[in-house]
Design a protein around this ligand. Sequence first.
Ligand code: SF4
Length: 60
Amino acid sequence: MKVRIEDNCISCGLCVSICPDVFTMGDQIAEVLVDIVPPDLEGLVQQAANECPVEAIIIE
Ligand code: SF4
């Protein structure tokens, strides 16, 4: 699984709260820390994507 953040992120911090091993807050918007999501974190990344208020988390 790969994941990226689109520019419409509003920096609410929810994804970082859900999965800090994958998401971090950058200067402007959230950022992804990994090229490939480790399999044991895929569930949390999916949860973050589902709960992001502006649907800025794109799973590829
Ligand atoms: S949950 Fe969505 S809007 Fe909030 S920081 Fe993460 S990507 Fe940005």
